[in-house]
Structures are given as C-alpha cells and as structure tokens.
Design a protein around this ligand. Structure first.
Ligand code: HEC
Length: 159
C-alpha cells in the first residue's frame, strides 16, 4: 500500500475509535407503570402488538437498542431519532399529557400511519418487518377514533 493511503486509513480508523467515546447516550428511563398508555387507555392486544413491533423503539422508554446503535457515528443518528421521537410522543408517559393533547396525538397517530410517515423511512430500511400493513393502519385508526371518543366523553363529564 502507498504510504499516503496507509496514513489516510490510519487517520480515519483512529477518528472512528475516538468517536466511540463521544456522542449522546442511549437511555431507557424508568417509567411509572401508572402512566403508560395501557394504564391510561383501553388498548386491545392487536393495537398493542402493532405499537410493540413498529413504534416502541422510538416512542417508549423501552427501546430495543440494536448492535449498530453502539457504533459511532451511526449511534448518534439512532439516539437522536429516539430522543426526538420520545419528545413528540412517549407511550410510556402517556399519563403526563393534558386530555386535549392526548386527543390530538391519537388523531395524529392515525394520520401518520395513513400517510405512511411512520415508522420513519430510515428505520424501515433496517426493520422492514415494522412496516404497517393496510389492515394494521385500519386497526390503529379505528382504535384511535374510539379512544378519542372516550376521552371526549370523559372531558364533557368533568365539566
Ligand atoms: C425510528 C424512530 C421512529 C419510529 C419507529 C416511529 N416514530 Fe413516530 N416519530 C419519530 C420522530 C423522530 C418523530 C418527530 C419528528 C417528526 O415529526 O418527523 C415522530 C413523530 C411522530 C408523531 C407526531 C407527534 C407530534 O407531536 O406531531 C406521531 C403521531 C408518531 N410519530 C407516531 C408513530 C407511530 C404510530 C409509530 C409506529 C407505527 C411511529 N411513530 C414509529 C420517530 C419514530
């Protein structure tokens, strides 16, 4: 191998090794079981199965971290997606939502599923099994409509 090339490879490899020590941390914060989606709303098994398979890694505190999430710089992207996803919607902390926000999120869950915006495309490249089938989109949407109706009734009842 030519000397300059060997030197360049050495620098890249060294950079990658050093990168492992930096970047955001993977976290799975403890969650209060009383605040989870299942504790707050009626969640049929079929819906639970969809959330578990396709949404859980970015929208709960129960993320399954794949091996590549330990390798910088990929890990930085994965951790960013998870933190960003949780900040918008966290099924493990559903109980912290104001009733109005819960209703809005339920509506958005159906919307993003129908438009194919979720799960994120980059995630689907590595988790093709997470793609929602049309029947599953249907299941999510029917559940979210029913849950919204229930919340609306409760909100009226409290007035
Ligand atoms: C790879 C990570 C990832 C997966 C898997 C994923 N999401 Fe997301 N989700 C995000 C990120 C990041 C955002 C915020 C950025 C955005 O809107 O693009 C988001 C935003 C959302 C929002 C919008 C919330 C708001 O405040 O506007 C909804 C609703 C949502 N996701 C639902 C789902 C559902 C339902 C699934 C499973 C079918 C799912 N997501 C799977 C990462 C993910």
């Amino acid at each position: 191998m030519k000397k300059p090339l060997r030197y360049a490879l050495f620098v890249v490899a060294g950079g990658l090794v050093i990168a492992q020590f930096f970047g955001p941390a993977r976290t799975n914060p403890a969650s209060d079981p009383r605040l989870t989606l299942q504790a707050q709303l009626e969640v049929p098994d079929a819906v639970q199965a969809i959330v578990n398979r396709s949404c859980r890694d970015c929208h709960t505190n129960d993320t399954r971290w794949p091996w590549y999430s330990y390798l910088a710089p990929v890990s930085w992207l994965v951790v960013h997606d998870v933190n960003h996803g949780r900040s918008h919607l966290n099924f493990s902390e559903w109980g912290r939502l104001q009733p109005r926000d819960a209703e809005d999120l339920l509506e958005e869950i159906c919307e993003v599923a129908e438009k194919g915006e979720m799960p994120l495309r980059t995630y689907l490249l590595l988790h093709p099994e997470a793609r929602l089938r049309p029947a599953e989109v249907d299941t999510l949407c029917r559940w979210s409509a029913a849950a919204r109706g229930q919340l609306r009734l409760e909100r009226r009842g409290e007035k």
